[in-house]
Design a protein around this ligand. Sequence first.
Ligand SMILES: [Zn+2]
Length: 141
Amino acid sequence: MTAGEDERLLPVIDDPDTAGHWAAAARGEVAVRTCHDCGTVLHMPRAHCFSCGGDDTFWRTVPGRARLYSWTVVEHQVHPAYPVPYTAVIVELEEPGGVRLGGYLPGRPELRADQPMRVRFENLGDGTVLPQWEPVPGEES
Ligand SMILES: [Zn+2]
């Protein structure tokens, strides 16, 4: 299938290493791959633990709370399905720390480094659900 000019670019949701992340999003959850033997969070997700060498991993549900790590406002349109301006964000999960995920916000919202962010699930209607991140209303620090 060839994507039309106005179709969003979609993640591969059935990849063996990352499918659990997308399946969790479809349930309205954020999940990170974790080593069952030593507890190491495997991000980017992978089948084998880079800490202990084990291959017994699972998808651990974590709170959908994060802090804004970085962002950029995109002003130059490069794809018809992504009208400008929009803001690409990188957040770091509050728990477990060190896990950074990307997201998208429409427009040019007022943002501040380290501000609290919460997950919002964007259902694209074809079985794909994207975890997106938005500022927590009323929480400035
Ligand atoms: Zn391990």
